[in-house]
Write a protein that binds this ligand. Sequence first.
Ligand SMILES: *Cc1c(COP(=O)(O)O)cnc(C)c1O
Length: 227
Amino acid sequence: MKDRLEHVQERIRQTAKACGRSETDIRLVAVSKTMPVEIVKKAIETGMTDFGENYIQEAREKTSSLAQYPVTWHYIGHLQSNKAKYAVRMFDFIHSVDSLKLARELDKHAKKIAKVQAILIQVNVAKEDSKSGVYGEDILSLLRDISQFENLAVKGLMTMPPYFNAPDKVRPFFAALRGLRDQIKNENIPNISMDELSMGMTGDFEAAIQEGATMIRVGTAIFGDRH
Ligand SMILES: *Cc1c(COP(=O)(O)O)cnc(C)c1O
């Protein structure tokens, strides 16, 4: 795992350098879904600080057994409103907010524990039926509603583009997310910041970095195949 991690970090460095970005502006989120606590612990000891999880039940076990470590936890899976309560207790960032209903639940539960929950809005850039996420044209009105919630802090956008196994083909979708981010920034909606772009996984993180990703979510390239 150490070798794989170093290889990923080297690719991040090279790519950032080639497009004139600072590697420190790119946060590597190690996607540890399905990986047992022992493996995550090893990853922490190797120097990883940010972990991404997709399932609430699984994350409860990991976040509680690893509570003594200074880890930043990211929720990247689809989140049902009835799990909002658990998500705000465990996660520093929730990347997958895609409805007002979910945002309202997160705000409510964050308020109960006196937390301001950092969230990203998940965007369905290619309008695929199989994916969650808001359509580009609906995002401004959603953000205006969310900006009223005192216990949520919107940090940016997240996307899962169509899978092509060809980074050049997904790149336009990453560019589209960046374009949307810039457009939203121009609106100056109070209480909404748009500094983060969560995009890029094992197969396409270099393309995502070239298009401005600030958070890349990498599982397989770090941990190996999931069973
Ligand atoms: C599983 C997952 C990833 C990581 O995928 P890899 O191809 O293993 O790097 C990233 N983002 C989301 C939302 C995921 O569900």
